[in-house]
Design a protein. Structure first.
Length: 99
């Protein structure tokens, strides 16, 4: 089934704000590129959310192309819930309590 919309968990929204703030301090272009990459990733996930392998807690992991982040998400009915936008080398599975 193809998902119809994406919802960000509050913690995932906080992850995005933190990452954008970090990139913005270094380069406004990098911050904008990060936001654009998240948008593209969301579009790709919505096209076929089941495309990526199932992991722990029935979540899936989509790796961003240009940034060291993964989008952790799950799908239920027509909604994709993004639980985390997790940096690849920080606190593995810190987001698991959000499920």
């Amino acid at each position: 089934m193809t998902a119809r919309r994406i919802e960000y968990h509050e913690g995932a929204s906080t992850d995005v704000v933190s990452a954008v703030t970090w990139y913005r301090r270094r380069s406004s272009k990098a911050a904008l590129d990060f936001i654009e990459e998240l948008r593209r990733a969301a579009d790709v996930i919505l096209e076929a959310p089941e495309r990526w392998p199932m992991g722990k807690n029935k979540t899936r992991r989509f790796l961003l192309w240009r940034f060291p982040f993964a989008i952790i998400y799950s799908e239920k009915e027509s909604v994709v819930t993004i639980w985390a936008v997790a940096h690849g080398s920080r606190r593995p599975e810190y987001w698991a309590h959000r499920l």
